[in-house]
Design a protein around this ligand. Structure first.
Ligand code: NDP
Length: 280
């Protein structure tokens, strides 16, 4: 049987779990926040498969771990296995972080939506109230950010997805939170949007969603949740070629959701700008 956690006494222990996990930047981010805030901690990458999450969690708690970041493909499995659900996790049915409470209970939370909205508004200066938003994709990442986007009170949040049923399921789940609609790509109302967010996994393979160029205008900002070293993705290049006003990748989202987790775990809000700059 795998033995995931052997935690020596000393600094509080945190980790990121997922599969694959070798590429994760979470340790770099959390250790950089720790140095910045004068907080000593240990933070590691741990490969955990979905069928093993419950066992890994029990071992983590027994070994004295304090908190976990949770990434693909464990977010839904983790939500089910964790004992207490904060509202952001309960709304999305997914956990991207957990905290071990003093009594040993495990608290699920989801900082992905907060991370995206902070990156859009604080780092890129976008104002979402009254704006027309188009979200591409209806997988876990899209589900995780919809409540936070609707909280910003856009005039509409349209979801386009290859599998229409998954988008209509999201509309059924979230329609009480704000104006939201579902389309497949060919039926997306054809006009420029204020913000187009790519939450599909297509950028991972260098592909782009089959979106009409009419959705991009000279005032459209475009965001790809995937991130790269130089901030370029095939989707963002396509948006630029079609005249987008500004293009951003998802590195800031990653750092902002980590900052939100860090402040929950350590009670201090780190400065994200130098960490984003260092990761570039
Ligand atoms: P999922 O596997 O849950 O969802 C994938 C989505 O992509 C679905 O909507 C799927 O459509 C769509 N898709 C896949 N292949 C195609 C295709 N050939 N044509 C059209 N649509 C397609 O992935 P996640 O939601 O977990 O992740 C999506 C992206 O977000 C990834 O790139 C991930 O790295 C990124 N991400 C970034 C974060 C950050 O902090 N920056 C945080 C979380 C995620 P369908 O439903 O039809 O299958």
């Amino acid at each position: 049987m795998a033995n995931w956690f052997e935690i020596p006494p000393g600094d509080p222990y945190f980790c990121v779990v997922g599969s694959p996990i070798a590429h994760s930047k979470s340790p770099d981010i959390h250790l950089a926040f720790g140095r910045q805030c004068g907080i000593a901690l240990r933070y590691e990458r741990i490969e955990v498969h979905a069928r093993c999450f419950a066992r890994a969690l029990a071992e983590f708690v027994d070994a004295g771990g304090r908190g976990m970041s949770i990434t693909v493909p464990l977010k839904e499995e983790a939500f089910r296995a964790l004992s207490i659900h904060q509202p952001r996790a309960a709304l999305t049915g997914a956990a991207n972080m957990m905290t071990v409470a003093a009594d040993g209970s495990t608290v699920a939370d989801n900082a992905d939506g907060t991370g995206l909205v902070r990156d859009l508004t604080d780092n890129h200066g976008l104002y979402l109230k009254g704006r027309r938003l188009l979200l591409l994709g209806a997988g876990g990442a899209a589900r995780g950010v919809i409540p936070a986007l609707l909280e910003e009170q856009p005039s509409e949040l349209f979801i386009a997805n290859r599998t229409l049923r998954k988008a209509t399921d999201l509309v059924a789940q979230f329609h009480t939170l704000g104006p939201i609609g579902a389309f497949d790509y060919v039926d997306v109302p054809s006009r420029p949007y204020d913000l187009v967010i790519n939450a599909t996994s297509l950028s991972l393979s260098g592909e782009i969603p089959p979106l009409s160029a009419d959705t991009i205008g000279s005032e459209t900002c475009c965001y790809d949740m995937m991130y790269t070293a130089d901030g370029h993705t095939r989707f963002l290049d396509w948006c630029r070629d079609n005249g987008a006003a500004a293009c951003y990748d998802g590195l800031g989202m990653l750092v902002e959701q980590a900052a939100n987790s860090f402040s929950i775990w350590h009670g201090v809000a780190p400065d994200t700008a130098p960490v984003i700059a260092a990761l570039r």
